[in-house]
Design a protein around this ligand. Structure first.
Ligand code: EAX
Length: 337
């Protein structure tokens, strides 16, 4: 009796193991597929999104399809502050933004928001790619964010619907949209403009309805977001250089194996070069393109503008929240390639 019971139990166990595993079945688990949604505020044709699509294709190839990236342009996933909060909550995997809105989360990036702190794009790129920029990206870890590298937004110039801006005095009374950043707002306040912080997704309508007179952004944004349709004047002040940090949710990043993390970093560095090259190619012809599209474009003598914003350096140099250590300002200002 006992022998028959043991035989019956063993038969059931054998049948169960074969039905689960299958005869000669491989027990290797299927590799997990990781989906990354990455959001930006800019038009699909802007290098932000073209650079991310390049990253999408590179990382799919490099990981044999284990990482699947989907790019969401035009604020589909929210404004830049919303998307950073999404990374912290783990409701969004990745975003590409300007440093300016990060002022709501940390003071570490403020030095890059200082007016006229860079005058040469290659020096700016070398500086943000150096230990100076990497330390800032690493510091985001305490905020639940993996700072990966810097793409580029670029040197920002002023557009408006009222008049050419040739001197700081011309800004007197101009209602200008800025990013949500205290340094950007104070830089325009000291020139007697009237700054209004606003999410990028609301900007075109505000310009179209003339609830504001002007805004400031690099040429590639002025073109791809069609601001030339609602802004007559472009004044090439190049008053801020906007780096564009690529940020990932730490919750998501930490869920990846080391080889997938390395693949993401490698493909992003290649895509960074690609994105910057696209901007360089666009900038070579955008002034003539924007003239053809009806904008009245003027250069400016930058010296009076640099002099006019000096009080902002006095206001923000210091230690503690919302301040920038004098040594860091010196390092960035004097950075050599
Ligand atoms: O980061 O808000 C802005 O003007 C930025 O240039 C834009 O969101 C890209």
């Amino acid at each position: 009796m006992k022998r028959r019971l043991i035989f019956a139990v063993l038969s059931v166990l054998l049948a169960l193991s074969l039905s689960v595993g299958g005869v000669g079945a491989s027990f290797a688990a299927e590799p997990e597929i990781y989906s990354i949604r990455v959001g930006t505020t800019l038009a699909p044709s802007h290098p932000y999104n073209l650079g991310l699509e390049h990253f999408r294709d590179l990382v799919a190839e490099k990981t044999g399809g284990r990482i699947k990236v989907e790019v969401f342009h035009s604020s589909q996933l929210g404004n830049e502050r919303d998307m950073v909060e999404g990374l912290q909550l783990g409701t969004l995997e990745m975003t590409l933004i300007s440093t300016a809105p990060l002022s709501g989360f940390t003071s570490d990036f403020l030095v890059f928001d200082m007016p006229f702190i860079f005058s040469d794009v290659e020096v700016a790129r070398a500086c943000v790619d150096s230990d100076i920029g990497q330390n800032m990206l690493d510091g985001l870890s305490t905020q639940g964010i993996m700072g990966l590298c810097f793409f580029e937004n670029g040197f920002r110039s002023i557009t408006n619907s009222r008049k050419p801006i040739l001197t700081p005095e011309d800004l007197n009374g101009i209602k200008i949209r800025t990013m949500e950043n205290p340094i950007h707002m104070d830089s325009f306040r000291v020139m007697k403009a009237d700054p209004t912080p606003m999410a990028f997704g609301e900007l075109f309508t505000a310009l179209q309805q003339k609830t504001i007179d002007g805004q400031e952004n690099p040429l590639a944004i002025i073109d791809t977001s069609k601001f030339y349709e609602v802004q007559k004047y472009l004044s090439l002040t190049e008053h801020f250089y906007a780096p564009a940090p690529v940020l990932m949710s730490r919750l998501f990043y930490d869920s990846l194996s080391a080889d997938l993390q390395a693949a993401i970093k490698e493909c992003l560095l290649e895509s960074r070069t690609y994105e910057r090259q696209l901007l360089d190619e666009m900038n070579a012809h955008l002034i003539s393109d924007l003239k053809t599209k009806g904008m009245e474009i003027n250069t400016v003598d930058k010296e009076p503008f640099i002099k006019a914003v000096q009080p902002v350096y006095e206001q923000y140099t210091g230690t503690g929240p919302g301040k920038i250590p004098a040594e860091l300002i010196r390092r960035v200002r004097d950075f050599k390639k």
